[in-house]
Write a protein that binds this ligand. Structure first.
Ligand code: NAD
Length: 256
């Protein structure tokens, strides 16, 4: 499939799943705009090797003003966003009665509210150009819960709900909105949770195996490349009637 002529903005694309999705979109011919923190240069080089030099905006997605600035940058430098991948996300693990309020606020802002802000600002251009794809990286935690993840589960359920509303509001147009719900993917976000087990005295291999065994029957991680293939399908014309879906790719997590 060719995405030549399309511009894709992938939030949180300097590492993990976002970088993998940006690579898949770039390899399919899309011009990519990166966003996120950390090793930005390494991410830019990786994407440039696959296609055109990517754009970059360092907006903190917890701040609606910075999001608006990023969307203006996309309009000014790239003529707008055709494929919006809402991927940026953070995690914090603690029981609700000990969950830090600032962490709750940050998770809701970055994992949920940012999806509303990027989408509301991208939609007018998509409507003008009469084509668009909004792909929200939710999670299996958008559909089921786990203990100690109150903010994350609430935010991801919110993303799935928002996805359905946006799908209905665009249902009579060639713009689609869907969510992807991965199970465990081995990225820095998950390594952090494995490291917590290692710090508690568990052997590294055992810590990984235990994490998978608790939830993911395949006992294997989902890869960013596999998620990239699903995103490409959602961008295709074959997927134009896939609307408001929360599509899990989870090694069987939700089958239980
Ligand atoms: P990651 O930590 O590897 O990457 C997160 C990205 O978001 C990074 O590029 C980081 O710089 C960026 N980011 C963080 N805070 C930001 C902010 N305030 N503003 C802008 N960018 C910010 O995480 P990941 O595992 O690749 O997760 C990506 C998405 O996939 C998240 O929404 C996560 O909830 C979701 N997800 C991950 C898994 C998993 O197992 N890894 C499973 C299901 C869903």
């Amino acid at each position: 499939m060719s995405l030549q002529g399309k511009t894709a903005l992938v939030t949180g694309s300097t590492s993990g799943i976002g970088l993998g999705l940006a690579a898949s979109l770039a390899a399919a011919g899309a011009r990519v705009i990166l966003n996120g923190f950390g090793d930005v240069e390494q991410a830019r080089e990786q994407i440039a090797r696959l296609g055109a030099q990517p754009g970059y905006h360092g907006a903190d997605l917890g701040d609606p003003e910075q999001i608006a600035d990023m969307m203006r940058y996309a309009e000014r430098e790239f003529g707008g966003v055709d494929i919006l991948v809402n991927n940026a996300g953070i995690q914090h693990v603690a029981p609700a009665d000990r969950f830090p309020v600032d962490k709750w606020n940050a998770i809701i802002a970055i994992n949920l509210s940012s999806v509303f802000h990027t989408s509301r600002l991208a939609l007018p251009g998509m409507r003008r150009r009469n084509w668009g794809r909004i792909i929200n990286l939710a999670s299996v935690h958008g559909l089921v819960a786990s203990k100690d993840k109150s903010a994350y589960v609430a935010a991801k359920h919110g993303v799935v709900g928002l996805t359905k509303t946006l799908a209905l509001e665009t249902a009579r147009t060639p713009i689609t909105c869907n969510a992807i719900c991965p199970g465990w993917v081995l990225t820095p976000l998950v390594q952090q949770q494995i490291d917590q087990r290692i710090a508690a005295g568990v052997d590294p291999q055992q810590a990984r195996d235990d994490l998978l065994a608790e939830k993911q029957p395949s006992q294997e991680f989902v890869t960013p490349q596999q998620l990239g293939e699903l995103a490409l399908f959602l961008c295709s014309e074959a997927a134009v009637q896939v609307r408001g879906a929360a599509w899990n790719m989870d090694g069987g997590w939700l089958a239980q």
